[in-house]
Ligand binder design. Sequence first.
Ligand code: G6P
Length: 612
Amino acid sequence: MCGIVGYFGKRKASEILVDGLRRMEYRGYDSAGVACLHDGVIGLVKNPGKIKGLREKVDGSDLDSMQHAHLGIGHTRWATHGAPNEVNAHPHLDASGHFVMVHNGIIENYKEIKAGLSQHGIECVSETDSEVLVQLIAYCYKDNLEKAVSEALKKVKGTYGIVVLTDKEPGKLVAARCGSPIVIGLGAEETLIASDASAIIPHTRDAMYLEDYDMAVITADGVKMFDLQHAPISREVTEMDWDIDAAEKGEYAHFMLKEMFEQPSAIRNAIRGRLDFEMGTAILSGLDFSPRDTAQINRVLVVGCGTSMNAGMVGEYAIEEMAGIPAEVEQAAEFRYRNPIVTPLDLVVAISQSGETADTLAAVREAKHKGAVVAGLCNVVGSTIARETGRGIYLHAGPEIGVASTKAFTCQVAVLLMMALKLARGRRMPRHQGEELCRWIERLPELVEKVLAQNEAIKAVAEKYADKQNAFFIGRGYLYPVALEGALKLKEISYIHAEGYHAAELKHGPIALLEETTPIVALLNNIPGKEKTMGNAEECKARKAPVIAVVTEGDEATAEGFDDMIVVPDCPPCIAPIPTVVALQLLSYHIAAARGCEIDQPRNLAKSVTVE
Ligand code: G6P
């Protein structure tokens, strides 16, 4: 989703800003822009479309000739209010042309503010909610930018991460946050501001994260932090541990391909030091429950969005089956608004790769408000959900840049299995069973490697189906969430209309859509329910739909009579989602590649959805 970058230092600001925006491209956007300040003049370039276009526009513009512009701001916009055109792109200038700002988030009362400004003769030129804020800051300005910013922010309802500058105080940037992340990178004689660490890590590892209602004032003297009442505050400087190479795609054609192939090492990192073979349990320091605490957990509620919610469903099944604790997965936005029954005896687990998804964050706040014990399962260290939950487990999967989530899903499932194991051992699971599960979890990287080794075979299957317009994925039990995730992957990156269904549910409606051109991916792994899913796949075949059978190694006979076969390694039902989903990721990837799709940045999608 939208990305913010800001620079104050000695180097050429426009170059650092455009490069920072390029590094945040993966978040998803449809227009971009940069503004720099030099010799009391604000230079501004905006462009609908990709960063490449922006870069070309900057080259040879006033901004490019601003060799000595050492401060500026930049933005990638994912359109919410108003089309992705040049006028609506950020940075936004106020009507006087003295103030310029970038904004992430949504100003909910923008219409009201706009009407108020209009009464004072101030008119907005864009359709955005964001422009209203820079106009308001300019209106509130007397002689101090940070005072004007805090005045304006007090009148705003909604969410924001902003950076603003003015030619009236040329040596200053002001950043503020409420609900949209802002991280400040402290380099040698330079300061970087961004909504995402990926724009900062090439320059420095030392970072400060703004909390809601914090304001940072960046000048040649360094960074000073205030609350909106201007009381000085201090925030801890932390070291960002991501490796710069991890955010480059290297020899791979796409980040998604790289990230799929990173899964064995990502899972190794996710499980490292967390399996206790002797006690047959998992060591999860973020879930430091005593057996007594564990015995008191009444229910586990898992919340998330998109791929994270699908992973959560595997967790739901594992927690109920192994620990015997009632578990439910729920779409985070529903959880937030439907007044769910939550008690202090409930454990709410919020799953989010980015740790910034607006609906998941809101669900965390709702669960905390109702007194539940809340834990986060995040990949991005220091992210808002990780910090607000206070307790939880990091995935350690490394940066995931491809918009379609792959390694985060498999690591989420691996961590959820360990969570289920820990809860189960605190309740009803005998030690020897726990030990056996530890052994299978330890083998996950090897199982994934076996699937990755079939990349070419899966590619050959994929190419046969690349011209299709619709597809269904069916599965049961632990493979039902995998069917949902397989369909999600395919639609995200190939734009083929794909739906995941419980195998039994297909005949309650969707079967009406089956025809020769509608492939079915049937998850026929050798786990309980296989025969029934086979029956459902036969029903599809009888209606002429081609069937791609995913079967267990050694059980290839199951695929007889179907059109194509993908083989996955033999493993227990709770382990099967991980190798199986990897096969479906590869299938989707190769279908999308054969269709010439923009795999890493699919149209309209955002990596991190920070608006409701
Ligand atoms: C977006 C991404 C998905 C992701 C979902 C939840 O829709 O495109 O890949 O699964 O957000 O993101 P989170 O960071 O909370 O896991």
